[in-house]
Design a protein around this ligand. Sequence first.
Ligand SMILES: Cc1cc2nc3c(=O)[nH]c(=O)nc-3n(C[C@H](O)[C@H](O)[C@H](O)COP(=O)(O)O)c2cc1C
Length: 181
Amino acid sequence: MSKILAFGASSSNNSINKKLASFVANKIAPQGAILIDLNDYEMPIYSDDRKIVDGIPEKAYEFKNLIKDSDGIVISLAEHNGSYTAAFKNIYDWISVIEEIVWNYKPILLLSASNGLRGGKSVMSAALKRFSLQSKFEIPNFCLPSFNENFSINDGVLDKALNAKLEEQLAIFKSQLSESQ
Ligand SMILES: Cc1cc2nc3c(=O)[nH]c(=O)nc-3n(C[C@H](O)[C@H](O)[C@H](O)COP(=O)(O)O)c2cc1C
């Protein structure tokens, strides 16, 4: 059973992206999904000066170890002002100064959800561009628009066409997991 690290890239307690990441990770690996909360990895805002004076926070190493210990990663990106949430970007910045290869070449499934019609397309585009620079695979991805209408905790993605697209991307991610193990 694959160990899948999963999180919503948001600090909201009621995060729709956390719900989507959790549903999808449990579908892929019912016994092996490790769902984390970004609030447990809150750190001072990254600065070069802070890094020199205080060093890299322990929580950044803990996060990095979760990546290393996983077989694959499911991230559902929340979009704030067209980009990453500050909560996710800060963790991303800190872990990126530990080691050059941030996601350790693990297979990644990128999701995004919003209640708007674009489903977080802008943050998805930014992440795909960046994450692809350090990926051995073409990164499977899925944007879920109008979350409140299109998602149920028990049944997942309700719209048939959207669900078919998610299933297609899940199949790609699963084959990448098998290939990398
Ligand atoms: C500061 C802020 C900026 C936002 N910017 C965007 C945006 O650029 N595009 C978008 O689709 N939604 C935007 N939203 C709405 C979020 O997508 C919405 O709050 C969503 O629930 C965030 O995901 P989460 O519930 O996983 O935190 C913004 C919300 C906040 C609070």
